[in-house]
Every structure is written in structure tokens, then in C-alpha cells.
Design a protein around this ligand. Sequence first.
Ligand code: GLU
Length: 426
Amino acid sequence: MTDQFNPYEMAKEQLSDAVKALSLDERAYSILKNPMRVMEVSIPVLMDDGRVETFIGYRSQHTDVMGPTKGGVRFHPNVTLDEVKALSMWMTFKTQVMGLPYGGAKGGVIVDPKSLSEREREELSREYIRSLMSIIGPDKDIPAPDVNTDPKLMGLMYDEYDRIRGFNVPGFITGKPLILGGSLGRLEATGRGVVLTIREAVKRQGLKMEGLKVSIQGFGNVGKYTAKILDELGAKVVAVSDSKGAIYKDTGLPIPKLLQFVDEGNRVSDFSEAEHMEPMKVFEIGCDVVVPAALENQISGEVAKKIKAKIVAEAANGPTTREGDQVLYEKGVVIIPDILCNAGGVTVSYFEWVQNKMGYYWKEEEVNQKLEEKMVHSFDNVYRMFELHDVHMRTAAYMVSVGRVCEALCARGWIKDWSMPIECKD
Ligand code: GLU
């Protein structure tokens, strides 16, 4: 992340745009601009060599006016408090654009998880949960996977929570292994949601999925499943990058082979059946859709100027800067904003939580069908707003979600005399 880029400042500006576009009174902005609760924890871990190393972790809970707070936990050396605060705000607007009964939260630990042994990672995960016990729980704040955390770590965090409580509480965390009450379809849900929003945007641009050229930055869980599902639908994934390099093939990369290659522990940049290029070139190549699926702050104004695609599908959280946004808007590029584009993950997390509460589990087709209904419905709501008000797709998405939160704030008596514009209603 560069010095000038502050995701929390950006999140506040995005909120302010929506508050103005909805002619909301300033009280709404004052209430929503800060997370309701932030906790910083110091996590001592006994390292394999006998030393004790202390890691700093955070959990930010943005607002609980719509329900318990919800959001992932990331392990990354560049985690900052402002990043976690921004990500928790984005989670509120993500859950609300989807109409889920949650507010937003996010957690993070400043660590390079690859530098830890498996045992050290386990201890860090368990200790992180122990230190947050007073503010988390199935009806308070529900963690999930995020950057560099996965179902395996969710299983360990779940175990730690249950041991302390003394009984099983499967609804405490989502993205768990299936055997512990995870949901079918959760692992691929974010990628599946990304593809569904691309399909909806593509329809409105008069394009087709068959033969659609797509370039993807990042090949973690989200990038991989986005590529896999696009490939199955007949689209051509022409470029893919990871943090070390990128590969390109104009006729489409052989995605099943690439997935197998990466799953065997290899890097994208070592794949031989493609041309090789610098990672940031994925934004410059000629294609129909660009999918940033890595971290924040990737599409600056300069990068945006080089984008040739007609659609940018934000699979990552906060990948486009304010300047990048403006450049893309002026060029007429359609942005599928992060809070809508990557909302498939938290939506299936919600389904997991519902199944945990019922103690009754759905078939994969049922999960996928429910996800599709929600993604398509939310895309329609945002697109309607975009057309009616002639604003950025991002502002349109914020108008839907901020509108919902404000309706709740009004019903709770925190803001007065505001009623939801008719076009924000379902
Ligand atoms: N970390 C994911 C996100 O940013 C998923 C959160 C969840 O499932 O709660 O949306």
C-alpha cells in the first residue's frame, strides 16, 4: 500500500457520496462514519525455537443496527487499523446491498502466515479468538475466512470458541469445514458470485459469456474459482497473475491444467503453456472484463487510464482508488463495485449460519440456486439505481445499502423524518 492511500478515508468518502445522493441529513454520516467498536489485541505465540513472538491483531465492528456484525479475518503483513476499519464498513454495505440481516465487521492480524510453522499458525489463530471472546459470538459478531485464512483455520478457531464456552456453537463462525457444519458451496461462493455479476453486466452490455475475454489479477481462493466457473461457462480467461508474475494466452489459458498446477504447490508464473509478463500487465491487455481479485489500491488513476476492458469486476475489496474510479467513469467503463461483486462469500456464509441455527443442511444445488437468486436480485436493484440517478455503479450500490441502514436508523429513532426512496425498496 502506498503512503497516500488510506482505505478508511476512501470508505468515508464513498459513504459521503451516497449520503449526498440520497439527500440524507448529516446525522446519518456522523453515525456511520466510525465503527461502533474496535479492539486491538496483542497475541503472544510460543515459537518453535522457544522464543515468544507477539503479534498485533484487530477486530472492527462497524454497526449492529441491522443484526450481528459479520466479516472475515485476514492474516497479512500489511494489515493496519485503518484498513480493518474500512473493511468493516464495506462489510456493512456489502451485507446491506444483499439484504442480509447483518452489520459489518473485519479482523486482521499483522503477520506473514507463510513465515510461521503449522503449529505456530494454529496457536496464533486460537489465541486471536481467545483474546476476542468478550465481543464475538453467533448473535454478536461472526468471523469467516478472508485473505490468507481458510476453512482449516476456521475449524481451529471454532474449536477454540467451543472449548471456552463448553459446548458446540456452530453458528459462531462460517467458512468451516463441512464436517463441522460448513455449507456446501461456501468455498467457491465468492467466485461464483463474481461470475454471476459479470454475467448480469455482460447481458446489459449486449455481450455474451461464450468467448468473453477475461483477465484476472490474483489467484487465491476468489481468483481461482472465478477462473474455473468462467471457463466452465465458455468464457476465455486470457491472463492471470499472482504476486510474483503473470501469464497470458490470447486464445484462453487452459484453466483446469493451471488449477491443478497451482494446487500442486506451484506458482502461476512458473506455468509453461503461456506467455509471461509483469503482474500489473493484467490490467493493460486487450480483453472484455478485468477482475482485480487481490488486495486494495490496485487500480490507481494511472492504471485506470491503461484499462481497455469494458467492465471491471471488483472481486477484491477496495481495489480501485477514488482517482481510478473517476477515470473509469469518464471512460464509460462499467464497474461492478466490490460490495456487490464479491458478496457471494458472505451470502453463503449467511446460508451456513442459517443452516447451523436450524441444524438442517441443504444440498449444493439448493445453496447455489439461492445464491443466484440473491445475486441477480441485488444486481437488478443496483442497476436500476444506476440508470435512474445517472451515478457511478458504486454510488448506486451505496445508495441501496446506505438507504437500508438509514431506514433501520430511522425506525430505531436515531435519525428523524427520513423515508426510504421508493426505488431503494425491494
Ligand atoms: N471475507 C469475505 C468478505 O470480504 C467473507 C466474509 C464472510 O463470509 O463473513 O466478504
